[in-house]
Design a protein around this ligand. Structure first.
Ligand SMILES: [Zn+2]
Length: 407
């Protein structure tokens, strides 16, 4: 059995109440010991002095583009980008080509992931057939095939009756719902449905102050409602986007400085319990079109940790607890999966971060196939330096460890 000793890091798992300098011992696919560790001497050692050793980060809003748009990204390149950015698991949106709306397509994706992914891949499936908002997908079959959540990301399900049906079917199937947020009206409608049907709903890429306030009130009422913010909506506002630069064209768009401020407060208050990248790769040709025709979306897997650490932890004195929780226990709760944790017996998904590492964003060096990054050229402080997935080192010091390489 392979063994890995992560030595002398600040072990940091807010959800488990762990915050102390110590060692972490991994044997095989699981954490064997935390804190005071008895090493045997046969372990591969990673010196973690000065690093924050956290549970493996999760990003539950990622576009991997396979199948159908492999010129933008693939499972292989997208998960390499995830590992490079410190993410041990990603949940990928179903708006592939064709959309992931059948059990076979979920199984296909899981098969590709088994072969090619360097981090865990949790497939989302479409709420409606073809993501057309007309007819419900077979959520029970999709769940049985391994879908982690249902999402019509890119579109809101406009038909309220269909959305009510979707929520009832999701409840019967035990399927988490992550919905595309398209203004406060839809948020209000879906909170109402969540209350009526007594099921959970997660709001993807929340960006407006009014949306944050609606979610805050729903949570106060005890509803199972959660919100997610992207790193770009937390870091940037409309005024930061150079005129006509399609790297800053997103859906939802960048908002006002006030909206960004409320989003940050919502994160600190726990109303926004998830930070995600909404990693949305596009080819250079597509983004080079005139602004109006260029597709919306920005890549983010390789910048999210650096951006939130720079702008929120160093810049705004946000607590590292809030940030780490929003990339570990928060997203795990939304998908109702076991949260990554620094605890003996837990699955060995671990991310080490260097909070003081200064680096410059150079998209041409990214693992992602895409370069549509609004942070290009920015100097950041904070970076993931080790990603471990199920006891296997997937990334170390920015280098991806190839699948099949000796552990
Ligand atoms: Zn998206």
């Amino acid at each position: 059995m392979s063994a890995l000793l992560i030595r002398g890091g600040r072990l940091f798992d807010p959800a488990s109440g762990v915050d102390a300098v110590g060692d972490l011992l991994i044997r095989g696919e699981h954490i064997a010991a935390v804190g005071e560790v008895e090493a045997r001497g046969d372990e591969e050692v990673i010196d973690a002095a000065g690093l924050l050793v956290a549970p493996g980060l999760m990003d539950i809003h990622v576009h991997l583009r396979e199948p159908g748009q492999e010129q933008k990204e693939t499972v292989a390149t997208g998960t390499r980008a995830a590992a490079a950015g410190g993410f041990a698991a990603v949940a990928c949106e179903p708006n592939t080509s064709p959309p992931r709306d059948t059990a076979e397509r979920v199984e296909e994706l899981l098969e590709i992931a088994r072969r090619e992914a360097v981090v865990r891949v949790l497939p989302k499936c479409a709420i409606t057939v073809g993501q057309r908002g007309e007819e419900l997908s077979d959520l029970a079959a999709l769940r049985a095939a391994g879908a982690a959540a249902a999402s019509d990301d890119g579109f809101a399900v406009a038909d309220a009756a269909l959305m009510r049906e979707a929520m009832a079917a999701a409840k019967r199937a035990g399927m988490p719902l992550t919905v595309h947020v398209d203004g406060p009206e839809m948020v209000e409608r879906d909170i109402g449905l969540a209350a009526e049907i007594d099921w959970q709903v997660h709001f993807s890429h929340v960006s407006l102050a009014d949306e944050v306030e609606l979610i805050a009130r729903a949570r106060q009422r005890g509803l199972r409602v959660s919100g997610e913010a992207t790193a770009h909506h937390l870091a940037l506002c409309r005024a930061d986007a150079p005129e006509g630069d399609a790297s800053f064209k997103m859906n939802p768009p960048l908002r006002s400085a006030r909206d960004r401020g409320v989003l940050r407060v919502g994160l600190s208050a726990g109303v926004i319990s998830v930070i995600a990248s909404d990693h949305a790769p596009h080819s250079a040709e597509e983004k080079a079109q005139p602004y109006e025709e260029a597709p919306p979306g920005a890549i983010g897997l390789e910048t999210t940790v650096g951006v939130v650490w720079t702008d929120l932890v160093h810049g705004e004195r946000a607590s590292p607890e809030t940030i780490v929780r929003a990339m570990t226990a928060g997203p795990a709760e939304v998908l109702a999966v076991e949260a990554p944790a620094l605890r003996a017996g837990a699955r060995a998904d671990v991310t080490a971060l260097d909070p003081e590492c200064e680096w410059t964003v150079e998209p041409e060096r990214f693992e992602s196939k895409a370069r549509n990054c609004p942070f290009a050229g920015r100097k950041l402080k904070g970076r993931a330096t080790v990603t471990i997935v199920g006891g296997r080192v997937a990334m170390r010091e920015g280098r991806i460890v190839e699948l099949g390489a000796a552990a």
